[in-house]
Design a protein around this ligand. Structure first.
Ligand SMILES: CC(=O)N[C@H]1[C@@H](OP(=O)(O)OP(=O)(O)OC[C@H]2O[C@@H](n3ccc(=O)[nH]c3=O)[C@H](O)[C@@H]2O)O[C@H](CO)[C@H](O)[C@@H]1O
Ligand SMILES: [Mn+2]
Length: 364
């Protein structure tokens, strides 16, 4: 039996002490100034008799926002040669490329990774990949990390955050320049369902304590997976989810949302856009913080009421995405299982489930 099993203190006791929430606050400040500047300059051009106190504000705001605007102007693409987009010939006619709330759905053939990479490179951002390898699941880490080095965010800065109760069993994997592994020791839980759900709590805690100071985006993934093709900056957006490979073509009534009103994850039968998979989602640290905090709180309310959602945190994630629409959606290219065959629409299989023997691996 693992030494941490049965401990009831929650995750907090296992976490390092606080870092300051600098980036979130300054980003918020920048946006507020940017907005004020915009509103104000719009007003001042229309109203001629601007009062002196307004003029004072104008100068203050202008000074504070100057550096932000200069930073934005510095991002400029070099001369690039590529085929032009064709308004009358959409790149894909076989799949939905945009949701009704104008979030792109990412399919092979719909984007130009050269442009996206160049834009992202100039921002010099770091992407955080979070992955949990608790108890027996450490066996998946080697393949996961080796294939990530070949296919995940190639050419960009990456921090792998590995949450584990067995730090000594994290394999040594050779990393390319600008890429780091950070091992975060956390407790385990006796039931695999609890381990899976507690990811929401740990992600929200570490987003606030650490990730906000270290990375711009988070990509949160299952570990029983391997990369099989490029997964790059095309996936990044404020908040993104992934279509479940078994349900992308399904009717709403077949979605396996939580259907019991007693659960916080309840979704009524006449609502729902897509069925999202819990094994890959992400966004900016701020958005992932909001998502994971809200899902964790809902999971705790369920726990107090003696109910566990049908698909654990995946059910809560689906509820969240219904009322906080993702700004980008990944197609099943980004979460595939070869047991589902190879449909024609699937031009790439980028992230694949690794077959696992549930009896041998779960609760071990
Ligand atoms: C086909 C299927 O059944 N899918 C469900 C199942 O996915 P999965 O069968 O993919 O769940 P899973 O066993 O991969 O668990 C999710 C993740 O939690 C971590 N982990 C889990 C257990 C453990 O002992 N150690 C550990 O590290 C690990 O990162 C793993 O990838 O369960 C999920 C979590 O509830 C979702 O509900 C999925 O929809
Ligand atoms: Mn999994």
């Amino acid at each position: 039996m693992d030494k941490n099993q049965g401990k009831t203190g929650g995750v907090k006791g296992y976490f390092p002490k606080s870092h300051v929430h600098v980036m979130g606050f300054s980003t918020l400040l920048c946006f507020s100034f940017g907005y004020l500047w915009y509103v104000f300059s719009g007003t001042s051009s229309k109203v001629s008799d601007t009062t002196s106190s307004n003029t004072q504000d104008f100068h203050n705001i202008k000074q504070s926002s100057n550096h932000i605007l200069e930073d934005l102007l510095q991002i400029e693409l070099p001369r690039m040669i590529y085929t032009k987009p064709q308004i009358l010939k959409p790149p894909r006619c076989d799949v939905l490329m945009m949701t009704p709330w104008f979030a792109p759905i990412v399919w092979e053939g719909t984007y130009n990774s050269e442009i996206l990479n160049e834009q992202f490179r100039q921002r010099n951002d770091t992407v955080g990949l979070t992955v949990f390898a608790i108890k027996k699941y450490v066996v998946f880490l080697k393949t996961f990390l080796e294939t990530a080095e070949t296919y995940f965010m190639v050419g960009h800065r990456v921090n792998y955050y590995i949450f584990t109760d067995r730090p000594e069993e994290v394999p040594k994997v050779a990393l390319k320049e600008g890429r780091n592994i950070v091992v975060l020791q956390v407790q385990n839980y006796p039931r695999w369902q609890e381990i899976s759900m507690r990811r929401m709590e740990m992600l929200s805690y570490f987003s606030q304590q650490r990730f906000i100071n270290e990375v711009s985006y988070l990509v949160c993934m299952d570990v029983d997976m391997k990369f099989n093709d490029q997964v790059g900056v095309e996936i990044l957006s404020d908040l993104f989810g992934t279509l479940h490979p078994a349900f992308y073509a399904a009717e709403r009534r077949s979605f396996t949302y939580e259907r019991r009103p007693a659960s916080q994850a309840y979704v009524p039968s006449d609502e729902g856009d897509f069925y999202y998979m819990g094994s890959i989602f992400g966004g900016t640290v701020m958005e992932v913080y909001k998502l994971t905090k809200k899902c964790h709180e809902a999971i705790m309310v369920d726990k107090a009421n003696g109910i566990e959602a049908i698909w654990q945190e995946e059910s809560h994630l689906n509820k969240y995405f219904l009322y906080h629409k993702p700004t980008k959606i990944l197609s099943p290219e980004y979460m595939w299982d070869d047991n589902l065959g190879r449909p024609e629409i699937l031009k790439k299989r980028r992230f694949l489930a690794v077959p696992k023997n549930h009896a041998a691996i779960r609760n071990k």
